[in-house]
Write a protein that binds this ligand. Structure first.
Ligand SMILES: *Cc1c(COP(=O)(O)O)cnc(C)c1O
Length: 372
């Protein structure tokens, strides 16, 4: 089946037989035990498993073309579960411009817990090879990276890692499985902030891990999921399944509109640089073409000026909302450095825009006014 069909028809299986086409929400935290005891695989208690969570996990693993998936209460909780499935003393490699929330997670919790971490540039595979150590267990990939839009070569990195028995995990939040399928390119794991495009309407928080194989490491992440307890509510799982039905069509709109806006921005006098992997001028364009089927809805650009000038430009929009995060139907933008805080490596004159599904001509009019 094609992606669009799978997005609509997967995860509809309910444990009742009412014939309802849309599954019910199962708010119950407890499930009745058989008179002859509890059977393996039965529902028991909602932190461990819940029908709505099972539906969502089935849907995400199907779309990422993996053997299994696990849902979490946020994207950071999903990342945390993967990293906590390692052992203290293990070494991991992460991108120098890793998503700022994951940087805080690593610095505030996982390094004190005992992980050894190197932050490196991942758009040149040779740098990764140089940074490997005997205790390297995991390479974390984020492509396009946030907010510098660097492109890492997923299959080259996964080849290098698997030859040495090192795990690879790709943060696929920005491209989504509509634009990029890391498990097909050799990655072991994919993580998501489903808060973004899966949710798509800026009204829920969630995260997920999908795995190419249901192996021991996957079972370890599952143990962290239900033991650590950062699980999503049944209502959020239901809402995420509902939103995911339209994911491929929304992504098509985000891809198309971002391309139009990136081309527009490139021609503006106040704009000195546009970072969008769909532009021929992007240094990672060739790799992006190889591994992505669409270039996504996120654009970063530099303005000719300083932080104050960038904040002023963002302040002049009337249609584009000033907000952090991304992936909603409405366009948003922000002075990125202000959102990232301490240790940010983002240039001070950078603006990041999440291109929504409004008509692109209305967005261009708003941008033109703000840049005037
Ligand atoms: C937002 C985001 C996250 C974290 O997700 P939350 O749902 O906010 O915890 C992780 N990675 C990327 C690329 C993101 O954009």
């Amino acid at each position: 089946m094609h992606f669009e069909t799978k997005a609509i028809h997967t995860g509809l299986d309910s444990p009742d037989n009412t014939g309802s086409v849309v599954p019910a929400i199962y708010p119950s935290t407890i499930f009745e035990i058989d008179a002859d005891g509890r059977k393996k695989g039965d529902f028991h208690y909602t932190r461990l498993d819940n029908p709505n969570r099972r539906q969502l996990e089935h849907l995400i693993s199907t779309l990422e073309e993996g053997e299994g998936a696990l849902a979490f209460s946020s994207g950071v909780a999903a990342a945390s579960a993967v990293m906590q499935s390692l052992q203290p003393g293990d070494h991991i490699l992460v991108p120098e411009d890793i998503y700022a929330g994951n940087r805080m997670l690593i610095q505030n919790i996982l390094i004190p817990w005992g992980l050894e971490v190197d932050f490196i540039r991942m758009d040149q595979t040779s740098r990764i090879e140089q940074a490997l150590r005997d205790n390297t267990r995991l390479i974390w990939i984020e492509t396009p990276s946030n907010p510098l839009m660097r492109i890492s070569d997923i299959s080259a990195i996964c080849k290098l890692a698997s030859d040495r028995g090192i795990l690879t995990c790709v943060d696929n939040t920005w491209p989504t499985p509509v634009n990029q399928l890391p498990l097909k390119l050799g990655a072991d794991l994919v993580v998501h902030s489903t808060t973004k495009y899966f949710g798509g309407h800026s009204d829920l928080l969630g995260g997920a891990v999908a795995a190419r194989k249901k192996d021991d490491f996957f079972e370890r992440v599952r143990t962290v999921q239900w033991t650590g307890g950062a699980v999503p509510s049944p209502a959020d799982c239901w809402m995420l399944c509902r939103s995911t039905r339209t994911l491929p069509y929304r992504m098509r709109g985000h891809n198309e509109h971002a391309m139009i806006l990136a081309r527009f921005l490139k021609d503006q006098a106040r704009v000195s640089e546009v970072y969008y992997p769909g532009l021929d001028s992007h240094p990672g364009h060739a790799t992006a073409r190889k591994q992505m089927s669409g270039f996504g809805g996120m654009i970063s650009f530099l303005i000719d000026g300083n932080a104050g000038d960038a904040i002023k430009i963002v302040g002049r929009s009337e249609l584009i909302k000033r907000a952090t995060s991304l992936g909603g139907v409405e366009s948003t933008w922000e002075h990125r450095r202000s959102s990232e805080g301490e240790n940010s490596v983002t240039p001070e004159n950078m603006i990041r825009i999440s291109v929504g599904l409004e008509h692109p001509e209305d967005l261009i009019e708003d941008l033109a006014k703000a840049l005037r």
